[in-house]
Write a protein that binds this ligand. Structure first.
Ligand code: B1M
Length: 210
């Protein structure tokens, strides 16, 4: 059944993925086992195939949607059974920026990699990012920007974290079409990823989980 669920995610069948997750739970399969032996490995394959150029964004999106459908069924059970996730990530698109397709994909890949993701949405101000870090105590803060005119808010958020005494408590990862590794280093971020698949890899590396 777990193999079937893995293949439903790989082929992007969201209703089937949700149905199989429900069935697996009904059969008494542990929620953590469903996550770690079906959903996470499926999304790892999706990420690898994307990085190898065997998958394109739309194909990655449909798998991510199937994973999301399965996670909606699984999440309450994971919470109930207190399954230890790999870490917590707060993510958002920076102030003045409405683009969220890439950010959503990053969030889904992170969830698929076994992280708890708190998505703050779009047009997130520095204050709101700081408030979310204070409230949720994430391991990682992710910022996305698609405009050259909004990426400039990223260093402001890092500055605001410093002012709030929170910078040392959270790793910062940035991404989005105009963002580069060089820019990430210049503003003092801990990580940069060019796409959703590598974002999950960068977060794992930053937290030392595999
Ligand atoms: Co706008 N837009 N847009 N847009 N838009 C771009 C970005 C643009 C390049 C188009 C162009 O002119 N060629 C241009 C930016 C120019 C620049 O600044 N360099 C632009 C512009 C100018 C604008 C407006 C200003 C247009 C106007 O109104 N005059 C306006 C701004 C609105 C605002 O934000 N305040 C605007 C509006 C919009 C729509 C609302 C219509 C819509 C967004 C809908 C939505 O997101 N819900 C939109 C869209 C769709 C685009 C394009 C066409 C596609 C963006 C996208 O979703 N790509 C885009 C042109 C293009 O890219 N071809 C464009 C697919 C997505 C999967 O990729 O977002 O790059 P991407 O995400 C990738 C990586 O970047 C990375 O992983 C993702 C997945 O692999 N990544 C991260 C992203 N975030 C990450 C975070 C990480 C790590 C990796 O860690 C945290």
């Amino acid at each position: 059944m777990l193999e079937e669920l893995k293949s439903a995610v790989l082929s992007g069948e969201d209703e089937r993925a949700a149905g199989l997750t429900k069935k697996a739970l009904e059969k008494g399969i542990e929620p953590g086992k469903i996550l770690n032996e079906a959903l996470v490995p499926a999304m790892e394959i999706v990420g690898r195939e994307y990085e190898d150029g065997e998958r394109y964004v739309p194909e990655m999106l449909i798998s991510a949607e199937a994973m999301k459908a399965a996670m909606e069924v699984l999440r309450p059970k994971l919470v109930e059974t207190g399954v230890q996730l790999r870490g917590k990530v707060v993510i958002g698109t920076v102030e003045g920026d409405l683009h969220d397709i890439g950010k959503n994909l990053v969030a889904m890949m992170l969830e698929g990699a076994g992280f708890e993701v708190i998505d703050l949405g779009v047009e997130v101000t520095a204050d709101r990012f700081v408030q979310a870090v204070r409230e949720h105590k994430p391991d990682v803060l992710g910022m996305s920007a698609l405009l050259t005119t909004t990426m400039i808010h990223m260093p402001e958020v890092i500055e605001a974290l410093k002012e709030a005494g929170l910078r040392e408590k959270v790793k910062v990862i940035v991404g989005g079409a105009p963002v580069t590794q060089e820019f990430a280093e210049k503003i003092g971020a801990d990580g940069y990823a060019p796409d959703a698949a590598s974002a999950a890899e960068v977060v794992k590396k930053l937290l030392g989980v595999n």
